[in-house]
Design a protein around this ligand. Structure first.
Ligand code: GUN
Length: 295
């Protein structure tokens, strides 16, 4: 049996339509326009394409958007000054600094400088702490997108064995934490595997839901999963370049073989990626509403 494809493109489209309505309403009824600034330091090709997509989507939805592209040599002090400027700017409700940053810039210092009320990435320790406690906050965009995909596809998570591969701050740690909480798309029993896990296959083979976020193309093969598994593939690995100069992408899961065994699977591209961007827009709208006292 071939798996049902969980299309991030389709789910993201539905959420964007909902957001468009909310944004139009905010403008008409409260004269509020959500504002987002994206900041890119350097020219990492993947980061350039992510930031461009984020600004473009914001504009399409009616979000006021600014994009700041800085040279790779920008000093940490200049970046902190820019963040401070946007912390004070009332038109801006969300500040996104694209990661990774060049090595000479301390990433934590930059993320901690963002006003937690404008931290639409959900990376500030105030928001991370609230997330772990199950309090209202900005949820990090990729895990937030995964929760939406599971919920909107009707995947039951309560009581299931969820295995997460990868312990990054952006995906692995937060999605593991969210799925063990008492919340929609939660109540799971969660195992988080990483580079020092003794027998990763033991865990992947018993997973009801497998979330791969390791950055190794086609790492997980059909013989490492059980029949009926739900696969969420977060990997976006550039494995080559097409003749027209477009990056060829592969996930962390060998889609062609694993789709024959899985019950649900997300494709790459067109799976988790479009959801991440959409949840950033959702967080920006949430931030604008909070600033206007509407939440
Ligand atoms: N780099 C990779 N994913 C992300 C993300 O979700 N937010 C930011 N700011 N940088 C990233």
């Amino acid at each position: 049996m071939s798996a049902r494809i969980i299309s991030g493109v389709e789910i993201a489209k539905a959420i964007r339509e909902e957001l468009k309505g909310e944004i139009a309403d905010l403008k008409a009824k409260h004269n509020v326009v959500p504002g987002l600034v994206t900041v890119l330091v350097g020219e990492n090709p993947a980061s350039v394409s992510y930031v461009t997509a984020k600004s473009k989507t914001a504009k399409e939805l009616g979000i006021y958007s600014e994009q700041v592209d800085l040279s790779a040599e920008t000093s940490e002090a200049d970046l902190l000054a820019l963040i401070d400027k946007y912390n004070q700017d009332e038109k801006i409700h969300g500040i996104l600094v694209q990661l990774p940053l060049p090595k000479h810039i301390n990433e934590a210092r930059v993320l901690y400088a963002i006003d937690p009320d404008k931290d639409v990435d959900g990376f500030h320790p105030v928001n991370v702490g609230k997330m772990v406690l199950g309090e209202k906050c900005f949820l990090p965009c990729t895990p937030h997108g995964i929760l939406e995909m599971l919920q909107r596809s009707g995947v039951e998570t309560s009581g299931k064995e969820v295995v997460v591969l990868g312990r990054s701050n952006i995906v692995g740690k937060p999605i593991a934490n969210l799925m063990l909480q008492k919340r929609p798309a939660g109540n799971a029993t969660v195992t988080l595997c990483h580079t020092r896990t003794k027998d990763t296959d033991f865990h992947t083979k018993r997973a009801d839901i497998l979330i791969a976020a390791v950055g190794v193309p086609n790492l997980i093969k059909a013989d490492q999963v059980k029949d009926g598994v739900v696969i969420i593939d977060v990997g976006v690995n550039r494995i080559g370049m097409s003749e027209s100069g477009k990056a060829i992408l592969a996930g962390d899961v060998d889609f062609e073989s694993v789709k024959e065994k899985a019950s649900f699977i997300t494709p790459v591209p067109g799976g988790v990626g479009p959801m991440t961007i959409t949840m950033l827009m959702k967080n920006t709208v949430q931030s604008a509403k909070q600033a206007a006292g509407l939440l």
